[in-house]
Design a protein around this ligand. Structure first.
Ligand SMILES: [Zn+2]
Length: 225
């Protein structure tokens, strides 16, 4: 499998699982049939990784995927066949790592890797992709090997965050709040009651609407501190 950069610009790679452990579904053709049945013009993912580690190509890499509602633009979508976390294979993970390393190198580390679950309420993928790929909090593959790693908030999607939100953005939020308010919030990427209280304190301090929800106005204030 040789990865080549498409002409369209790419910022993020999204990871998925097929939500099936059936050997009969362990191929990109089945996935393509399912997606065509939904009236899509092709399979939604660019790559499908079988249990034996074989990487099959799906949708043309030059085409935007149909995989993460609202977040398809600028992305590459990879799907691993599987449903139960313990049934994913080492061959699959090795193939995933080698594919993602190729992509990361092609983009000279200027790309992040995320799970579908970070932009939806779906439990997808079910395996621990952060550990498998050695991702840092920002979804970069470079953290462990790059001593010059710096926080790069520009690469974080500044979506609206509220109670029960989770993921890399929440972590950035907590770090910013701790810096600005001198608080000691747990930097765990989970938007709980304490994070909400800190957001409200921050909003009050900056004279913006105190609602505990981090929207564009609050992000702007947070990032300008
Ligand atoms: Zn998914």
């Amino acid at each position: 499998m040789e990865f080549y950069k498409p002409k369209r610009s790419i910022e993020v790679v999204f990871l998925h699982c097929s939500a099936s452990d059936s050997p009969a579904h362990d191929n990109v053709e089945t996935m393509r049939k399912w997606h065509l049945a939904r009236k899509w013009h092709d399979v939604g993912y660019h790559y499908f990784i079988r249990k034996d580690g074989l990487i099959e190509t799906g949708r043309d890499i030059e085409k935007i995927p149909a995989a993460q509602l609202g977040y398809n633009q600028g992305s590459i979508a990879i799907c691993l066949h599987g449903l139960k976390p313990e049934l994913f294979t080492e061959q699959q993970f090795n193939s995933l790592i080698s594919l993602c390393r190729q992509i990361n190198e092609a983009y000279e580390n200027q790309i992040i890797f995320r799970g579908h679950c970070e932009v939806s309420n779906k439990a997808c993928p079910v395996f621990d992709y952060r550990t498998v790929l050695g991702l840092d909090h920002f979804g970069e593959m470079t953290y462990a090997s790059n001593p010059h790693f710096k926080e790069s908030p520009a690469r974080i999607l500044h979506g609206t965050l509220k109670l029960t939100s989770f993921g890399a953005e929440v972590l950035v939020l907590q770090q910013r709040l701790n810096q600005t308010l001198q608080t000691a919030l747990a930097e765990d990427g989970i938007f709980g009651q304490q994070t909400k209280s800190a957001v409200m304190a921050f909003q009050e301090k900056r004279s913006i609407t105190v609602d505990g929800v981090v929207g564009p106005a609050t992000w702007q204030q947070l990032l300008s501190t």
